[in-house]
Design a protein around this ligand. Structure first.
Ligand SMILES: [Cu+2]
Length: 166
């Protein structure tokens, strides 16, 4: 007995949506995501990972329930001073691994709602934009790591925090 079309159509649409979602997630792979542990009075910390996109993609926004503000930052030498600043977008060229790491590109988590506790996991939502302007969200669960970070290697060691809003 043929099914009425009205019943078939929604399920096909759903299947299509699920397929699209699966493909979207396959386009950018995330490796070694982690967040630097923070202490209670610290208002900001960094998130790091390696991103590899199958096609040219841009990371255009980040959010996390841990932080009121999350931005993609780059570190740049200005004269002798290492500074960091927010980037409107981070290019992820097809097939090329892009490292977000201390001292380089990173995701800045600011106005922390609670400390990033070592051993916990911080959810991050990456908003990725393809060449066609289509945006997709990618959920990342980043473990929090306490690095034996001396003052010299800590995220606060560089001079660029002055232009942050806190
Ligand atoms: Cu930063």
């Amino acid at each position: 007995m043929p099914m009425p079309l009205t019943k078939i159509a929604p399920s096909l649409a759903l299947a299509g949506a699920l397929l699209l979602a699966a493909q979207a997630h396959a386009q950018v792979s995330v490796q070694d995501a982690w967040v630097r542990a923070s202490v209670p009075q610290q208002k900001a910390t960094g998130a790091f990972m390696r991103l590899t996109a199958a096609q040219d993609t841009r990371l255009v926004a980040v959010s996390s329930p841990l932080a009121a503000v999350a931005e993609v930052h780059e570190m740049k030498m200005e004269g002798d001073v290492m500074k960091m600043r927010a980037m409107p977008a981070l290019a992820l060229p097809a097939g090329k691994a892009v490292e977000l790491k201390p001292g380089g590109y990173h995701i800045m988590l600011m106005d922390l709602k609670q400390p990033a506790a070592a051993g916990s996991t911080v959810p991050l939502t990456l908003v990725l934009e393809g060449k066609d302007g289509q945006r997709q969200s990618l959920e990342v669960q980043a473990p929090v790591r306490a690095l034996g970070a001396g003052p010299a290697s800590g995220h606060d060691a560089h001079g660029g925090h002055g232009n942050h809003r806190h």
